[in-house]
Design a protein around this ligand. Structure first.
Ligand code: NDP
Ligand code: GDR
Length: 341
């Protein structure tokens, strides 16, 4: 019988790549979707025919219990979140509820449906749980590169909510013996990335300028440094973590860091343009508290999971710029649906 996976956040960037990967691995894939209608379902493209959808919301405990009962999953991937860091200052309470408390509700749904109590812990064969933890939990870092043991100092309500979800996942593992793990994933991008995140904002901006549709690109802090990889590589790591004999957390990243300024110059170069005449650093787009530098040490994932990224930073940016040039040339513009500058 096919193994079954339930994915929250299936309409997001990672949800679509993970669904694709698990379907290729022979899984029956179930996805939680919210709202009466969800335009982001279009991100699933032809996968929509193969994925089974369940209505539900991380804010609604009953809907998560019903989803677990219906899907009867072997594995649950909790990718649903308010994931855009600036939004977490504007809607801090909602971020805590979805990105933080949503983890508690999902873990409780699994615990209740599996009949797990403090005195009767999990047994083998019970549901395995993956939590989408984030390098944003490291925040103001005291050591570089960051490992599974680096202390957290989150710098945004989003980072704080993720730290809660991270510790809770660890706690359910220790309290109930559940197979519950977190992947501490560094920034990962793709042509399916939301238009508000910096890589996609830049690839779309470059494409617009190249096609004569815009004259400038306004960005925030050009000095921030991130460890950027390709989303398709990172969902493989999520799956690998749930196939281990013992539940453990892993850092996933490339081990290379670049500034936003380097990202910009790489993206403009991919379109054969200089960046200096077009890019404006706008103070109003700087964050109340910034994460200056992130760089992963993925040694544990490499040695224990056998995981390696397959796409370099330069290849990733080229892929995104080329994809956006094609999209805009065909009259599509994902940024027109975004309320973020
Ligand atoms: P996206 O922002 O693309 O997707 C977020 C998903 O969460 C969407 O499917 C969205 O659904 C869903 N969601 C939002 N609110 C709720 C809710 N109340 N109930 C159920 N689902 C909800 O994120 P990514 O795909 O980039 O990231 C996936 C996960 O990994 C997130 O948890 C993110 O925080 C985390 N992460 C991402 C990293 C990255 O670089 N991409 C790095 C580290 C962690 P809808 O379509 O309905 O809005
Ligand atoms: P991040 O990603 O906050 O790291 O969170 P984002 O792409 O939004 O920002 C990366 C860095 O770029 C700087 N920056 C800008 N960012 C945006 N969005 N827009 C701009 O105009 C701009 N100018 C400069 C930011 O200040 C920041 O330093 C992502 C999300 O996917 C999270 O959900 C995930 O947990 C982390 O990555 C790891």
């Amino acid at each position: 019988m096919a193994r079954r996976a339930l994915i929250t956040g299936i309409t997001g960037q990672d949800g679509s790549y993970l669904a694709e990967h698990l379907l290729n691995e022979g899984y029956e894939v179930w996805g939680l979707v919210r709202g009466q209608s969800n335009p982001r379902l279009s991100r699933l493209g032809s996968l929509l025919k193969e994925v089974r959808l369940i209505r539900g919301d991380l804010l609604d405990q009953g809907s998560l219990i019903a989803a677990v009962e219906k899907a009867q999953p072997d594995e649950v991937y909790n990718l649903g979140a308010i994931s855009f860091v600036p939004m977490s200052w504007e809607q801090a309470e909602l971020t805590a509820e979805v990105t933080g408390m949503g983890v508690l509700r999902m873990l409780e749904a699994i615990r209740v449906c599996s009949g797990i109590t403090a005195s009767r812990g999990a047994t083998t064969g019970q549901i395995r749980f993956y939590q989408a933890s984030s390098s944003e939990m490291f925040g103001q870092v005291r050591e570089t590169p960051q490992t599974e043991r680096t202390p957290f100092h989150p710098r945004s309500p989003y980072g704080v909510a993720k730290a809660y979800g991270h510790f809770l996942t660890q706690n359910y593992r220790e309290s109930y013996g559940m197979f519950a793990v977190s992947g501490i994933l560094f920034n990962h991008e793709s042509p399916r990335r939301g238009a508000e995140f910096v890589t996609r904002k830049v690839s779309l901006g470059v494409a617009r300028i190249k096609l004569g549709m815009a004259k400038e690109l306004r960005l925030g802090n050009l000095e921030a440094r991130r460890d950027w990889g390709f989303a398709g590589d990172y969902v493989r790591a999520m799956h690998m973590m749930l196939q281990r004999d013992t539940p453990e957390d892993y850092v996933i990243g490339t081990g290379r860091t670049h500034s936003v300024r380097e990202l910009v110059s790489t993206a403009f170069a991919a379109a054969g343009l200089p960046w200096e005449p077009y890019v404006v650093s706008d103070e109003s787009l700087h964050r109340p508290a910034e994460v200056d530098l992130l760089c992963a040490d993925p040694k544990k994932a490499r040695t224990q999971l056998g995981w390696e990224p397959s796409v370099t930073f330069e290849e990733l940016i080229q892929m995104m710029v080329e994809s956006d040039l094609r999209l805009l040339s065909n009259g599509e513009d994902p940024h027109q649906h975004s309320s973020w500058p």
